[in-house]
Each structure stands twice: as structure tokens, then as C-alpha cells.
Design a protein around this ligand. Structure first.
Ligand code: FAD
Length: 303
């Protein structure tokens, strides 16, 4: 195992970082400290999420525009189909194209009534992510499109063939990369890659990695998102509810273990759900062999 880790040079690896648009000035500061801390690692791209039901349309756009104008990073804007007509969604895409954004993460989004309720498309809107991919690629072929994938199936998928068919539709519509929902059991990801390959899908299926900053919150989110939390994984955080310092060390160790095992399995691209925090992700990238391209800012340690 160690041989395969050390034989892979950092230049073979590529990482991307996901952020969410900040709501307050304090959150904005945290986000920008994190972006400044992570930028010297030269990520392939950094993505900015789109709030449930399109609630962050302006904030997502503003964050993406600031990344474009103030950093050398390549931003990817997330966009969903929820609660908007095709014309409204197309207008958002046009405004990104005009601002110089060349990468969109195209998603369907969750039901307006909340995860677990039946999804109903807006009467004049796009039904599913594949339709959005098709629209973006036909109006703006200069824009690269990434999509979601689910190593444990999307909660609404009745079976694997529906799941893989849906991914295939998105690829046929022009998506060139899929990013997975987070998972903790790498065997599930490997099994998913086998299903994807068997269906003749050849785009990169980049694992989405979530650092567990708060176990109970992550477990709740995992349940909604259809990601399983194995007992052995939960056991690692047992009894640490009131012990933040140990929890952070354990979170870093657990995340390192997952990522290095994926490297051993031949994975070279990683997408990190940063939650707008840099430290843990920076440390994991360091373990992957990545070093800052230019020295980090002097106050970077505070990020
Ligand atoms: P789709 O790929 O369109 O479909 C999801 C599943 O539903 C499919 O697997 C398929 O089995 C089933 N399905 C859909 N349509 C049909 C149909 N017509 N017939 C049969 N089955 C169907 N949400 C946000 O709100 N904002 C974000 O920024 C955001 N970013 C994300 C980033 C990543 C990497 C991931 C993995 C998820 C993200 N999400 C985000 C969550 C996502 O919006 C939800 O998981 C949503 O429920 C599904 O969106 P999708 O694009 O995966 O949908």
C-alpha cells in the first residue's frame, strides 16, 4: 500500500474545493481567509453552491464573481432547476457566461418542501439535471459542465439501473465530470465505479470528501442525503461530543485514512466539501504531497 502512495507524484493529483456563499460579513471573512489559505495549493477549480430552492442566487453569483476578479482560481458555479422557469434558469447561465464563468455544476436540486418529500418540477422549469446540462451545453458550448453522482444511489432512485441511466443521460447531454455525494466506505465507491464502467461511462467520477467537523451534524445530513455511516466510522467519534480538540484530531486522521486509501485504489482527483474551513483540508492536501505554489500569506495559520 505504501509503495503506491509514494510512487504517485503530487503532480498526478488534482483537487477541487467546494464553498458555500456566506450569509453574514463574519462568514464572508471566514470564507475569504479559507480561500486565501487554500488557493496556493492550485486547485483545479473551486465551486460555490446554490442554496436550496435557489435561495442564494445573488450570493452565489457575487461569490463566484469575486473569486474570478480577485484570485487566479477557476470558479465553478452550482445551479439547480428548483423553483424557476427554464427562462429564469437560462438567464442565470447567460449572466455567468457574460461574467466569464466557464464551469457550472448542474443539478436538479431538492424538493422545495424538503428532502424526503416528492420532487415536483416547476411547471415551466427543467425536470432534472440532464435537461439543465443539455440547455447549458446547447446555449453555451464554451461552458464546462459537471454533475452529481451517488456511490450509494440517490434516495429517490428505485434501483441501480435507474441511477446509472440517469448518470448516463447527463453524460450524453454533455457533462464531462461527475462529483459524488460524500461517502465513508470506500468499497461502496469502488463498487460504484465498476457499475459506471460497465455502463460504458468514461467521464471522471470524482469522490466528494467531507471532513467531519461535527459528527452529529454530519450524521444527520448523511441520513437525508442517503449516505450510510458505518458503525465502525461512528465509533471513532464516540464520546467526543464535548471534546472539540480531540474530535478535530480524529476527524483529520479519519479523513486522511479515507483519502490515502483512495489513492491506493488509483484515485487521482478529489473534491473537498470544505464547509468554508481550510485547516483540515489543507492538512489532507499536504498529506497527499501537495505544497503551496507560492508561500501562503503570513496570517494563513489563523484561517
Ligand atoms: P438528478 O441527477 O436529476 O436526479 C437525481 C436522482 O433522481 C437520479 O439518481 C434518478 O435516479 C432520480 N430521477 C430524477 N429524475 C428522474 C426521472 N424523471 N425518472 C426517474 N428517476 C429520476 N443541491 C443544491 O440545492 N445546491 C447545490 O449547490 C448542490 N450541490 C451539490 C453538489 C454535489 C456534488 C452533489 C452530489 C449534490 C449537490 N446538491 C446540491 C444536492 C442535489 O441537488 C440533490 O441531491 C438532488 O436531490 C438531486 O439533484 P441531482 O442533480 O443529483 O438530480
Amino acid at each position: 500500500a505504501r509503495a503506491s502512495r509514494s510512487s504517485r507524484s503530487p503532480s498526478d493529483l488534482s483537487v477541487s474545493f467546494e464553498f458555500f456563499p456566506p450569509k453574514t460579513e463574519a462568514m464572508e471573512e471566514t470564507l475569504w481567509r479559507s480561500i486565501e489559505r487554500l488557493a496556493p495549493l492550485a486547485p483545479d477549480f473551486v465551486s460555490v453552491t446554490y442554496g436550496a430552492g435557489g435561495s442564494t442566487r445573488e450570493r452565489t453569483h457575487a461569490t463566484v464573481a469575486r473569486i474570478l476578479s480577485e484570485t487566479g482560481l477557476k470558479p465553478a458555479a452550482h445551479l439547480t432547476c428548483v423553483g424557476a422557469t427554464k427562462g429564469e434558469v437560462d438567464a442565470v447561465v447567460d449572466s455567468y457566461a457574460e461574467a466569464g464563468v466557464r464551469h457550472i455544476v448542474a443539478l436538479r436540486g431538492d424538493p422545495v418542501e424538503g428532502i424526503g418529500t416528492a420532487y415536483r418540477a416547476h411547471p415551466g422549469g427543467y425536470d432534472r439535471a440532464a435537461d439543465l446540462v443539455e440547455a447549458i451545453r446547447s446555449h453555451h458550448p464554451e461552458i464546462e459542465v459537471s454533475v452529481s453522482a451517488y456511490a450509494e444511489r440517490h434516495p429517490e432512485s428505485p434501483d441501480w439501473s435507474t441511477e446509472i441511466d440517469n448518470l448516463k443521460r447527463k453524460v450524453d447531454a454533455g457533462a464531462t465530470r461527475a462529483i459524488t455525494q460524500f461517502f465513508f466506505d470506500n468499497d461502496l465507491y469502488s463498487a460504484f465505479l465498476d457499475r459506471v464502467a460497465a455502463a460504458g461511462i468514461s467521464i471522471p467520477i470524482v469522490p466528494g470528501i467531507v471532513p467531519v467537523l461535527n459528527f452529529s451534524q454530519t450524521a444527520k445530513f448523511a441520513q437525508k442525503a442517503g449516505a450510510s455511516v458505518p458503525d465502525w466510522f461512528a465509533a471513532r467519534f464516540e464520546g467526543l461530543e464535548e471534546d472539540q480538540a480531540t474530535r478535530q484530531l480524529v476527524a483529520a486522521a479519519v479523513c486522511a485514512e479515507q483519502v490515502l486509501d483512495l489513492v491506493d485504489r488509483g484515485v487521482s482527483d478529489f473534491h473537498f466539501y470544505t464547509m468554508n474551513r481550510a485547516d483540515l483540508v489543507y492538512a489532507i492536501c499536504h498529506l497527499l504531497g501537495m505544497r503551496p505554489v507560492k508561500p501562503a500569506a503570513p496570517d494563513a495559520a489563523a484561517a
